[in-house]
Design a protein around this ligand. Structure first.
Ligand code: PSV
Ligand code: MN
Ligand code: MN
Length: 424
């Protein structure tokens, strides 16, 4: 299913008057050229959607399907195409192997091309046993005490790289569930040593123009220890692998109240922040809609990301991805909301008066520093998002158009009520 571009244009035209007035106000408050610069950056910004986020995610207690869910990789890419058509921000997909092994790579590529979608970092999966596999990951994968399990896990990652190369991806994300649920279950040093060695073997198979992203997480599925528990461990492993290896920050992978913006700043200063998984949480790795619980926190994180992008030339362009799971909302609506929250925080961070902030910091004018940050945060930047979508052919109000065009109803008609998306 594709949306008739004419329908998007029609709704946009209806909303034009108020929008123009809002834009005029923003231009009066800030210089026109500054506003133009921000709009240009918003148009450029693209966030990958993971292939597992298009269906209802569920929890270990239950799963509530929304109907019309994609039943194949092709349909998942088509759903991303719909979101991208409405928002012009979701121009990439991040595949999870083996959940989404393409049967016909050229056909999948052609479909993605036709929807203006590229293949972002590939995700390997050694947190589940694969059908027919000789070794089990029950006792770990890259960190396992069993050499055969480690070798199988390394080979799986190599296979993911090969699939990614054929699709035109340029990155591999490694997230390990390896850990212990009980004290004494494994030897910390041995598990870390094995992990480092396995990662180096995978790294040796990484094409020159690829990045390896090492994701960390303090707990879950194990509840006593995780082998790559924090950014320090990830950075250490990345440094040991080499210059194509980086740390990946997932917003949900921190203990409560961790200062994530400071982690971002530290990693970017080292040129070692490679990727970012967006979501939001109240308690742990809740994978809620981005910006739904702690939008100010998201702004503070973006404030450091923008500073880093402007000042740390040695840090590579980041792989941005939404890593959220949708159990009670229409997944497509949820992703549209997440994209909006990401762009709002980005635009607000771009609006921060950095010169004034640096001067206030020089004078240790603490109250003024706060004023400067909150001035940007409290600005309604949504007209800038609408303008950027208007210019790039998207919908000024993507969620409204999604609802007005009854897209979910059409998907249910096309695919049925009871399709089960592959993956989570
Ligand atoms: C783990 O919690 C994670 O955030 C990793 O990025 C995985 O690849 C993803 O979720 C899906 O399980
Ligand atoms: Mn993640
Ligand atoms: Mn997670």
């Amino acid at each position: 299913m594709r949306i008739d571009q004419q329908q998007i244009t029609e709704v946009n035209t209806r909303n034009n008057d108020i929008h123009n007035r809002q834009m005029d106000i923003l231009k009066q408050l800030h210089s026109g050229s500054r506003i133009e610069g921000i709009i240009g950056k918003l148009i450029e910004f693209q966030v990958a959607l993971p292939s597992w986020a298009l269906g209802a995610g569920g929890t270990r207690f239950g799963r509530f399907s929304y109907g019309g869910e994609p039943g194949s990789l092709e349909q998942k890419i088509e759903d991303i195409g719909l979101i991208h058509q409405l928002t012009r921000t979701a121009g990439a997909v991040s595949l999870h192997i083996p959940w989404d092994i393409p049967d016909d790579i050229p056909a999948v590529k052609e479909l993605a091309d036709s929807l203006d979608i590229t293949f972002d970092a590939m995700n390997s999966n050694t947190f589940q046993d694969h059908e027919g596999a000789a070794q089990s990951y029950r006792n770990g994968s890259l960190s396992s005490v069993h050499e055969a399990a480690r070798e199988q896990a390394v080979e799986h990652n190599r296979e993911v790289i090969r699939i990614g190369e054929n699709l035109g991806s340029k990155g591999l994300t490694v997230w390990l569930a390896d850990g212990a649920s009980f004290p004494g279950q494994y030897n910390f040093q041995t598990a870390l040593k094995h992990t480092g060695e396995s990662l180096k073997t995978i790294y040796a198979a990484l094409p020159d123009d690829w990045k390896m992203l090492i994701e960390y997480k303090p707990y879950e599925p194990h509840f006593y220890s995780t082998v790559i528990q924090d950014w320090g461990t990830s950075l250490m492993l990345a440094n040991a692998c080499g210059e194509k290896a980086f740390t990946l920050v997932d917003l949900g992978h921190h203990l409560p109240n961790t200062n994530i913006e400071q982690i971002v700043a530290t990693l970017m200063a080292q040129g070692k922040l490679g990727g970012f998984h967006f979501n939001d949480s109240k308690y742990g790795d809740d994978d809620l809609t981005v910006g739904s619980v702690k939008p100010y926190n998201l702004f503070l994180i973006f404030n450091e990301l923008v500073y880093g992008m402007e000042n740390n030339a040695e840090n590579p362009p980041l792989s941005w991805m939404i890593d959220a799971s949708h159990n009670i909302k229409d997944p497509l609506e949820d992703l549209i909301q997440s994209l909006e929250a990401i762009l709002v925080a980005y635009a607000q961070a771009l609006l921060v008066d950095r010169e004034a902030l640096s001067e206030a910091q020089q004078y240790s004018d603490v109250a003024q520093c706060q004023e400067i940050l909150q001035e940007a945060y409290r600005t309604d930047v949504r007209p800038l998002l609408r303008e950027s979508r208007l210019r790039s052919g998207g919908a000024m109000y993507p969620l409204q158009v999604y609802r007005d065009l009854e897209i979910r109803k059409k998907l249910i008609r096309e695919r049925g009520l009871k399709v089960r998306a592959t993956g989570l």
